[in-house]
Structures are given as C-alpha cells and as structure tokens.
Design a binder for this molecule. Structure first.
Ligand SMILES: CC(C)(COP(=O)(O)OP(=O)(O)OC[C@H]1O[C@@H](n2cnc3c(N)ncnc32)[C@H](O)[C@@H]1OP(=O)(O)O)[C@@H](O)C(=O)NCCC(=O)NCCS
Length: 285
C-alpha cells in the first residue's frame, strides 16, 4: 500500500463495512449509514499515519478494476496488531482475504498479536484458520443515568510527559507500548490519567462521539474511575465496546450507569491472553 492508495482504499472500506454492518444488523437496530465525510477523512488520516509508522504491515489487493481489499497491520516492538482488514463484498470468498492476511502475518514474523474482529462469517473463519483464539466481546450502549455518577477524584488531563509511564503500563498489560500511537491519539482525543505510581492508568476519550476509545490501568479500581470519567463526559448516546470477559469491572460500571449490555464480535489473540484491566481501541488495540 502507498499513500496514493488511501482515497480508493477508504472507498473500499466504506462499501465493505456498510455491507458487513447490514449483514450483521440485529432486529430493532437502525439501518446502518455510510460514513460521513468527516469519518472518511479520519480513516484516511489514521491509515496514513499507520503507513508512515510501519509501511511494511500495510497491504492492498488490486485487480483490473482497482483496489479490491486491504489489510493494515503494525508491529510495535514485540507485538503485532491488525488495525483493519476488508475485501469488497462482490470479491469475498475467493481467497483474496487469505492472501492479504498471509502478507500481514508474514510481517508479524511470529510476534504475539491481537485485533478486534467482527462476527462476519468470512472474518471469523479466516482468523481461526490463521491460528487466533477468539474471545467474545461485550459492549454497553445507551444514555448515562447522571444521577448514578460517583464523585471521581485523583485524575487529571494527560500530556506529553505521561507517555513514557503509559508505555510501561502498556508493556505490563499487552507486552508492548503503543509508542507512536500515543502521540497520534494525543493529537485527536482527550487523554485523562491517574498518575498514582502504585495504580496508574489512562483513558482516551472521544468527546465528539462521547465515548472512551482506549483504557488501560494497573488496577480495576483505577480502571473503574477512568471509565466513570469518560461516562461523565458523554452527553447523549454513548458506547463502551471491546469488553472481554476478563473486564467485568467495566460491565459493573456500565450497568450502574444504566447502560444496556450486549455482545459484539471477538478479541482475536495469539501468543498472549486478553489484557485486563483494559479496553482495547478498535484501530490501535
Ligand atoms: C474478512 C474478509 C476480509 C475475508 O476476505 P475474503 O476474500 O472473503 O477471504 P477468503 O476468501 O480468503 O477466506 C474467507 C473464508 O471464509 C469463507 N467465507 C467468505 N465469506 C463467507 C460468507 N459470507 N459466509 C460463509 N463463509 C464465507 C470463504 O469460503 C473462505 O473459507 P475457505 O478459505 O475455507 O474457502 C472479508 O470477508 C470481509 O471483508 N468481510 C467484511 C468486513 C470484515 O468483517 N472485516 C474484518 C474486520 S475485523
């Protein structure tokens, strides 16, 4: 993949995930919408960052009609992750996804790895055949009952100087720091930290979407406080996703906030266990 491929790859991603969302839509859920111009631009910016940080992990599949699929993966020290992966609906089931995944995994070179997977039938089949263990993920949605919000103390806004201990915390939870991903997220999301050296933790909050994006903590109590801070800033419908069964502290906080609990996709891992206390980011893991 090259930087020139980004606009066409974004269109392929938009079509592919709209189709997958329609396929996976449950009774009573609204009809999925195509991404807005702002969301499409964010995809291009983010994938452009991945291409700069670790270009050898980023692949497109191309035929006479143009780009048919993509796999964007990254190595961060001893850890590999898959940020996103898709093949156009009318080209699926023909082995293109397999070749993309083989290229991304060759880049991983045996590193432990993880990613957040959809329940799409082609995806789950591909991942299991590639040797990943699939851990069911929960998610919580709804409006926060503000009368349930506890008083939260001991947190502050994060800054550049926090990134070093945050990487140490990442290493203890998932085997590698987020490294350049922290700097990228710091540019577009609000960072809140607990810098208590005994029980540190951090959460990135997307204030536009009113939801936590990535949360890591040394202790479930710190994780709970950070999640409450994120829930307090949600002013409308919120979403807490990527909750594995090892993270029931998040289920407890979400239920206390009167959010609704259901299931969505899998955390796929190999050579490691699902991190906890931890809520992975879909793209930065
Ligand atoms: C996941 C995805 C990238 C795989 O690409 P692909 O080109 O379909 O992959 P392949 O054809 O190499 O392999 C898919 C496997 O699942 C099977 N499969 C594909 N689509 C299927 C479907 N709708 N139902 C049942 N099986 C399906 C294929 O037969 C193949 O199995 P096989 O190798 O034993 O024959 C593609 O299906 C996709 O884009 N899905 C929607 C988006 C998505 O969920 N992406 C993953 C995000 S984590």
């Amino acid at each position: 993949m090259s930087q020139d491929d980004l606009p066409a790859a974004e269109r392929v991603s938009a079509v592919t995930f709209l189709d997958a969302d329609r396929l996976g839509r449950r009774v009573g859920e609204p009809e999925p919408e195509p991404p807005s111009a702002a969301v499409s631009q964010r995809w291009i910016d983010r994938m452009g960052f991945f291409l700069t940080a670790d270009p050898e992990g980023c692949w497109v599949a191309e035929d006479a009609r143009g780009i048919a699929g993509f796999a964007i993966s990254q190595n961060r020290g001893p850890l590999w992750y898959l940020a996103t992966y898709g093949v156009l609906p009318d080209r699926q089931g023909k082995g293109i996804g397999r070749r993309l995944m083989d290229a991304a995994l060759a880049h991983a070179g045996g590193r432990p790895g993880l990613f957040s997977a959809t329940a799409h039938p082609g995806a789950t089949r591909r991942y299991r055949l590639a040797g990943f263990t699939l851990h069911p993920q929960m998610r919580m949605v709804g409006r926060v009952d503000r009368s349930a919000l506890p008083a939260v103390r001991g947190l502050r806004d994060g800054r550049d100087g926090d990134l070093e201990w945050m990487d140490d915390l990442d290493r203890s939870l998932r085997g590698a720091g987020h490294g350049p991903d922290h700097r990228y997220m710091l540019g577009s999301l609000r960072l809140v930290v607990c810098d208590d050296r005994g029980r540190p933790g951090y959460v990135y909050i997307d204030d536009d979407a009113g939801r936590p994006v990535l949360l890591a903590a040394a202790h479930p109590e710190t994780a709970r406080l950070l999640l409450w801070e994120a829930l307090a800033s949600a002013d409308g419908e919120t979403l807490v996703n990527c909750i594995t069964t090892a993270n029931h502290w998040a289920v407890d906080a979400g239920l206390a906030a009167r959010l609704h609990l259901d299931q969505e996709g899998f955390l796929a891992v190999r050579g490691m266990i699902p991190p906890a206390p931890y809520l992975a980011s879909g793209h930065f893991l």
